[in-house]
Design a binder for this molecule. Structure first.
Ligand SMILES: [Zn+2]
Ligand SMILES: [Zn+2]
Length: 212
């Protein structure tokens, strides 16, 4: 069974997720650790739990979600997994880092490309890829049907939705993704998102002002 540990990193307050189970291996999703102290927090947690990181995943590649990619990839010898359309977004991330006055070294290794329906396995547990473009053109979510949760990135937030004013963003595409890909999940599904508190699919269907 997955256990989920979240961290909130960087001045952009991005949620990084670490998933682990009985295998003592773990998956790191969107490592947004920017400062050395934040990288140390992530590493210390992994060390103290005795975990071996085996996969590095990005929901999408806006700067706040990729600050720690290089650190995680180099520390644990991992290849970054992402949607094909996010490769260009990743390439641009250090430039937007300069615009935000947050320079960083980008991940420069190989890629493993993820697409709709692909499965990410960890011991007896698995996540299924859901493509949910709109906030970014290659946004993906990681869904665990057995435990009723989804790691959603910046698609759907507590009573809000992802911004669509960045390159590759499109408001109608985002609304379609939420309605057709996320709102079809069971209402008790917990959404662990890229910013702010988690929420439930059933509650967002009822109360999200952007999806009335
Ligand atoms: Zn984003
Ligand atoms: Zn974000």
């Amino acid at each position: 069974m997955f256990q989920i540990q979240s961290f909130t990193f960087s001045p952009i307050q991005e949620n990084t997720y670490l998933l682990f189970n009985e295998s003592k291996e773990c998956i790191i999703i969107d490592p947004g650790c920017y400062f050395d102290e934040e990288k140390e927090v992530l590493k210390t947690f992994i060390d103290q739990k005795g975990l071996t990181p085996v996969k590095l995943l990005n929901t999408h590649c806006h700067l706040d979600h990729v600050f720690g990619n290089k650190f995680v990839a180099e520390t644990y010898k991992l290849t970054l997994q992402l949607h094909e359309k996010e490769k260009a977004v990743l390439t641009f991330a250090p430039t937007s880092g300069l615009m935000y006055n947050m320079p960083f070294d980008n991940y420069a290794g190989d890629f493993i490309i993820l697409k709709e329906g692909d499965k990410i396995k960890l011991g007896d547990d698995e996540l299924v890829i859901i493509e949910a473009p709109g906030h970014s053109s290659g946004s993906i979510c990681f869904y665990c049907a057995k435990q009723n949760f989804v790691i959603g990135g910046d698609v759907l937030f507590y009573r809000s939705i992802g911004r669509t004013d960045l390159p590759g963003g499109d408001h109608q595409t985002l609304l379609n993704s939420i309605r057709q890909k996320l709102f079809v999940l069971p209402p008790q599904t917990v959404v662990y998102n890229g910013h702010g508190q988690s929420t439930l699919i059933g509650e967002e269907k009822k109360y999200n002002p952007y999806l009335k």
